[in-house]
Design a protein around this ligand. Structure first.
Ligand code: COA
Ligand code: AMP
Length: 635
């Protein structure tokens, strides 16, 4: 099929409001918006400002009313517990109404915040949708974060209720959530009124009298009462959720998502970008704690009337590198979306893809990759073993849906390996130099999106308009700064090369090295430190910390290194994958005192590097090189 991309993109550019007003027709509105965009409202304008709707209604109720009630909405597949269960749209509706009734019973009102700190279980999805149903604002916190990170989020959003579980299950270990939850509430200044705790058979959690409520008991009670809970009418611009993501400091940014624009954008992307039809099975192998999980495990597929797979497992080790192929075969998955790291992990275990031969993958139409740079080598391997289009696409928590990609739904464009292809309608992408001037095709620069951002993108940070302005809009007036660097080639293909801030991407997880430095520096024996991301064959990048100890410290440096590793795991969480701390005598700096992190990274990765002209003391780089060689880095 010839691609209709050029026509669609040009159509959007000629009349953005007309484009999004048409797209809004895919959504059921309680009050149809009379205006598509108000440039005077909010930080840079708001979409569908006078529309009213409900996200849960659009995801569930309307499909049941339209005859989709007996179709599977959610397939829970959990190799780590051995459980599999399919829920029809009607069953999801029943469960969601019950959880909504429980929340209402706990006094959760429209606009109140509810934190969801849960593993990949169906109850987590019901919890998200039930918040949407009653107009409460959910904030899902990824299970791999430590108590301290959870506490920061509790304080920032002032959660009234927290919904959690007794445990998560990682291969070879049970992660007890409840002690982390208790510790977080202890640390937080703001105390939630109640915690709803799902007791899982793998581990029972101790409950705090008066505060904690058994999730299953409460839901069973609501189900037996069977009181219907209608979907409240919320403003299109009212918040649906807050999702915290790493910023350049230890303080995470609360990315805000609205109801109306979010639905319009996701519904458009499901059909026109991912090319998925209602009734088809879509599988985003991610976690609901990340934006991919929000947009493409929960809201996107359900808005589209598709079936979504909720997979509680890994690409390898649960039980082997054929796990993804089994899920595709068993559930007739049409489109798979995951991070390149998952394919690197599979390839490492099964380099020829031999396990694929044991499965029927005929249902699979395409593989989409995002979350980190898709290295051409991994991408080509996936193409070779799967025999379907493998589509790199680029976006971030802030945007909520892809900014650039090869639009399967509009007909694919020719592939250039290493490029996520072209900007999608809604996004006018420019590459700017540091002074904000457009650079020539092929030249590297800051990737920026011309304002206004399209529907679905963040209107601001939660309760922090000024921080949003200064972090994202101030540097290039009239543009949103993505903090990614790259270039557009002569054909208009985009290439994403690196970040312009301190964010690193570890196994598709976005982490701040600045936040890790704050933790390292809090060790009493550490005088100063630098954390950089170094190349890793499976995870893309892993953090490495370089520590300078206080003078007079006589303890073994290996002990201190171990303590710092434990401290980062304890304060940020296992997801940081911070396993390498190295004591050095000094850090390389410029004469003005700036740590030369970029040069250290090049040395650690075994890349060619040049002695920076501004270096204070060149001998320090020799010291760093010899310390790394002692540790067999680069390997
Ligand atoms: N709850 C608690 N702990 C978690 C967790 C969760 N939800 N998710 C990960 N962790 C822990 C892991 O157990 C691991 O702990 P360990 O140090 O004790 O081994 C640590 O956090 C790092 O996890 P991870 O980065 O997932 O590494 P891994 O070595 O366990 O697995 C991959 C590597 C590539 C298999 C894995 O990252 C993966 O499946 N990635 C798929 C892509 C993906 O989901 N990307 C998200 C964005 S799209
Ligand atoms: P997150 O907000 O966790 O989704 O992380 C977003 C960041 O991941 C982006 O700003 C990029 O740095 C990186 N990223 C996501 N997708 C891609 C991609 N396809 N290619 C290169 N980098 C990507």
């Amino acid at each position: 099929m010839a691609s209709s991309y050029a026509k669609t993109y040009a159509g959007w550019k000629a009349d953005p409001e007309g484009f999004w007003s048409d797209a809004a027709g895919a959504i059921d509105w309680f009050k149809t918006p009379t205006r598509t965009f108000d440039g005077e409202d909010g930080v840079y304008g708001r979409w569908f400002p006078d529309g009213e709707t409900n996200t849960c209604f659009n995801c569930i109720d309307r499909h049941v009313a339209a005859g989709r009630g007996e179709q599977a909405a959610l397939i829970y597949d959990s190799p780590v517990t051995g459980q599999k269960r399919s829920y029809t749209y009607r069953e999801v509706l029943t469960q969601v109404e019950a959880v909504a009734a429980v929340l209402l019973g706990l006094g959760v009102d429209r606009g109140d915040r509810v934190i969801i700190y849960m593993p990949m279980v169906p109850e987590a999805v019901f919890a998200m949708l039930s918040c949407a149903r009653i107009g409460a604002v959910h904030s899902v916190v990824f299970g791999g974060f430590a108590a301290n990170e959870l506490a920061t989020r509790i304080d920032d959003c002032r959660a009234k209720v927290i919904i959690s579980a007794s445990c998560g299950i990682e291969p070879g270990r049970i992660v007890a959530y409840k002690p982390l939850l208790d510790a977080a509430i202890e640390l937080a200044g703001h105390k939630p009124a109640h915690c709803l705790v799902l007791q899982r058979p793998e581990l029972s959690a101790a409950m705090n009298d008066g505060r904690d409520i058994d999730f299953a008991d409460a839901v069973a009670g609501a189900l037996s009462e069977g009181v219907p809970v209608p979907c409240v009418s919320v403003g299109a611009t009212d918040p649906l959720y807050i999702l915290y993501t790493s910023g350049t400091t230890g303080q995470p940014k609360g990315v805000l998502r609205d109801n109306g624009g979010h639905m319009v954008a996701l519904a458009w992307s499901m059909q026109h970008f991912y090319g998925v039809r209602p009734g088809e099975v879509f599988w985003a192998a991610s976690d609901i704690g990340w934006v991919v999980g929000h947009s493409y495990i929960v809201y996107g597929p359900l808005l589209n009337g598709s079936t979504s797979v909720l997979y509680e497992g890994k690409p390898v080790g649960t039980p082997d590198a054929g796990a993804y192929w089994r899920v595709i075969q068993e559930h007739r998955v049409r489109v798979l979306f995951t991070a390149p790291t998952a394919f690197r992990a599979i390839r490492k275990e099964d380099s020829s893809g031999s396990l694929i031969a044991g499965y029927d993958l005929s249902s699979l139409r395409a593989l989409f990759l995002a979350g980190e740079r898709a290295d051409p080598d991994t991408l080509q391997w996936a193409e070779k073993v799967l025999h379907v289009p493998v589509i790199d696409h680029w976006w971030q928590t802030e945007t909520g849906w892809p900014m650039a990609g090869n639009p399967l739904g509009l007909g694919l464009l020719p592939v250039k390996h290493g490029s996520p292809t072209v900007p999608l309608p809604g996004y006018e992408i420019h590459v700017l130099d540091d002074a904000g001037h457009a650079v020539e095709a092929g030249a590297l620069g800051n990737i920026a999106v011309k304002l206004p951002l399209p529907p679905g993108c963040l209107p601001s940070f939660w309760n922090a308009d000024e921080r949003f302005r200064s972090a994202c809009l101030a540097e290039f007036p009239g543009y949103y700064k993505t903090a990614d660097a790259g270039f557009l080639d002569e054909d208009g293909y985009l290439f994403i090369m690196s970040r312009t801030d301190d964010i690193i991407n570890v196994a598709g997880h976005r982490l701040s090295t600045g936040a890790m430095e704050e933790v390292c520096a809090s060790h009493p024996d550490v005088a100063e430190c630098a954390v950089i991301g170094i190349a890793d064959a499976v995870k893309g990048q892993v953090p490495a910390g370089f520590l300078v100890l206080n003078s007079g410290v006589s303890r073994e440096s290996s002990m201190i290194e171990k303590e710092v590793v434990a401290l980062v795991r304890d304060r940020i969480g296992p997801v940081a994958a911070f396993k390498l701390a190295i004591c050095v005598k000094r850090l390389p700096k410029t004469r003005s005192g700036k740590i030369l992190r970029g040069t250290m990274q090049k040395i650690a990765d075994g890349q060619e590097w040049k002695m920076p002209a501004t270096i204070d003391d060149p001998a320090i780089l020799d010291e760093i090189t010899s310390v790394l060689t002692e540790r067999h880095l680069p390997v």
